[in-house]
Design a protein. Structure first.
Length: 523
């Protein structure tokens, strides 16, 4: 049934100020007799509002729009009628009017108000925020609008109304009905009639799940934060010594601080790739935990560094958990495959991006002469998929015509050397350049090198600032009271001798023969 809502204001024609305390009646003009369709009392600003449906005027004539005029009363005395200026064929929509009264009227003392209040909740007991709630006085075949409000952050509403608004003015109390509506005026829930409502009535509504699904965790946080952010973008929220946004929002909303921080982090990550809902799920479970001793930017950097540890299977598993725990709307399930693809592309691109501290993958690619961005990203994706330079990855590369055999050999050599030495690329590059090692088969020959050669290499490169020594070397050097470069050179010599003992023995034998005795084994 169509709803008609009329709002307006009664003003003094001389001062143009609103006139409070007046009773406004809306009448449907008819050729036989006129129908009263609604009444309201003006508030302190002279404003009024009333509502009615088609049952007020189409009992005898179907499909007819009302022809409205108004009567204004002060203390039950008629002071103005607009019967000579009827609003013809009022449409099924909100109608706003302004009526001037030409007789000065003193404000009527405000009558004792009635109140109806309560909470609007979803099926899971979560509050419905910002929904419209209307209270009606129920008569036999009609309902008189008494007032409306929007729910707050806790789903609470409070509507004040007065006895003068009752359609039957001899009534002492309302027969209350409360209804909740969506933003486009669709009905969500209706209460039973509360007959002879007390001065303060409590009426709660629960919206059935088949009418509106409970909000997911992402949606709950989004709605709760919206009125509190004061137009500050989510990605700009902080938690540091200057701004404790996360702590404030958690305290204000009652939402767990870790969930608020995860929501903020999701929006920060979305500035780089993919939408926030993806990151919100990915950061769930045990992957991310908010910590008090780091600000959000530091935590963001740690997250970005950890992302390459996740492969497609891990991401899919995260979304299985996320949908089961209703972290984001079910409608996003169809996005998962494209999100995973975008994520893999994102972390591959990050591995080979230009930066002051390039990754091992980036450095190895450049050293192998692979400078094409497309080829670098392709290799990074394959490496992320296999997690190491495995035989399976080697096979894939050899079947890919975009990579040449020398490029593959050079990459293989770099990753094999870092596995043997447990060092960064600066050490790997120094070994490759010093001993001209560019193929995996050549690595074995490094075991022939003498301890003095390794110590000399490390010392020279370290003095030149071309290599970074592992931090583990410092306490060993301090204990043995030797230079760090010398200690690390000896460590490299030992690592290759232990990895290739037969070749190391051959190298020692060759040096011994050259030196004329067994001394060459240790040189």
């Amino acid at each position: 049934m169509s709803q008609f809502r009329i709002s307006g204001r009664i003003i003094n024609c001389q001062t143009h100020h609103g006139v409070p305390g007046l009773r406004v009646e809306a009448w449907d003009k008819d050729s036989i007799f006129d129908d009263l369709v609604g009444s309201a009392l003006t508030d302190a600003n002279g404003s009024f509002q009333m509502g009615f449906d088609e049952s007020y005027f189409n009992e005898y004539f179907s499909d007819r729009r009302p022809d409205l005029f108004f009567r204004i009363f002060y203390q039950n005395r008629l002071i103005l009628s607009t019967e000579d200026s009827v609003l013809w064929n009022v449409d099924r929509s909100d109608t706003e009017i302004v009526i001037e009264v030409d007789t000065p009227v003193e404000p009527e003392p405000q009558p004792q108000p009635f109140i109806v209040q309560g909470h609007i909740r979803l099926a899971d007991e979560s509050p419905v925020i910002g929904t419209t709630v209307r209270a009606f006085d129920k008569d036999l075949r009609c309902e008189q609008l008494l007032g409306q409000k929007q729910t707050d952050n806790q789903g609470f509403y409070r509507i004040t109304y007065f006895a003068q608004q009752f359609r039957k003015r001899e009534k002492d109390s309302a027969d209350l009905i409360v209804k909740a509506f969506t933003a486009n005026n669709s009905l969500l829930a209706t209460s039973p009639v509360l007959f002879n409502a007390p001065p303060v009535a409590e009426i709660d509504l629960t919206i059935p799940a088949d009418i509106q699904q409970p909000l997911t965790l992402f949606e709950k946080i989004e709605r709760a934060l919206e009125p509190l952010r004061e137009n500050l973008p989510v990605e700009q929220l902080q938690e540091d010594e200057h701004d404790q946004d996360v702590s404030f929002l958690a305290g204000e909303t009652g939402i767990e601080k870790n969930d608020i921080a995860r929501f903020v982090m999701a929006h920060k990550l979305a500035q780089q790739a993919i939408q926030p809902e993806f990151w919100f799920v990915l950061l769930g479970g045990s992957f991310y935990q908010f910590t008090e001793d780091q600000n959000l930017e530091q935590q963001l950097a740690a997250i970005l560094d950890s992302l390459p540890s996740l492969d497609a299977a891990a991401v899919h598993k995260a979304f299985t958990r996320g949908f089961n725990q209703q972290e984001i709307p079910e409608a996003f399930r169809e996005n998962v495959d494209s999100w995973v693809e975008a994520f893999l592309q994102f972390i591959a691109s990050r591995r080979v991006s230009e930066s002051e501290r390039p990754t091992f993958v980036k450095s190895a690619l450049v050293d192998a002469g692979i400078l094409s961005a497309e080829k670098q990203v392709k290799f990074a994706r394959l490496f992320n998929q296999h997690k190491a330079f495995t035989p399976e990855l080697l096979e894939v590369l050899e079947q890919d015509e975009s990579f040449t055999q020398p490029e593959i050999d050079d990459l293989h050599t770099s990753f094999r050397l870092t596995d043997l030495t447990q060092s960064d690329f600066s050490i790997v590059k120094a070994i490759k350049d010093e001993f001209n090692v560019r193929q995996p088969a050549q690595i074995r020959t490094l075991a022939k090198r003498s301890e003095s050669e390794w110590v000399n290499l490390v010392t020279t490169k370290h003095v030149a600032g071309e290599i970074d020594l592992p931090f583990e070397v410092s306490p060993i050097a301090e204990q043995e009271k030797l230079p760090e470069a010398e200690v690390y050179g000896k460590m490299l010599n030992r690592q290759f001798r232990e990895a290739f003992p037969t070749t190391a023995f051959t190298g020692g034998l060759e040096r011994a023969l050259q030196n004329g005795g067994s001394k060459g084994f240790n040189d």
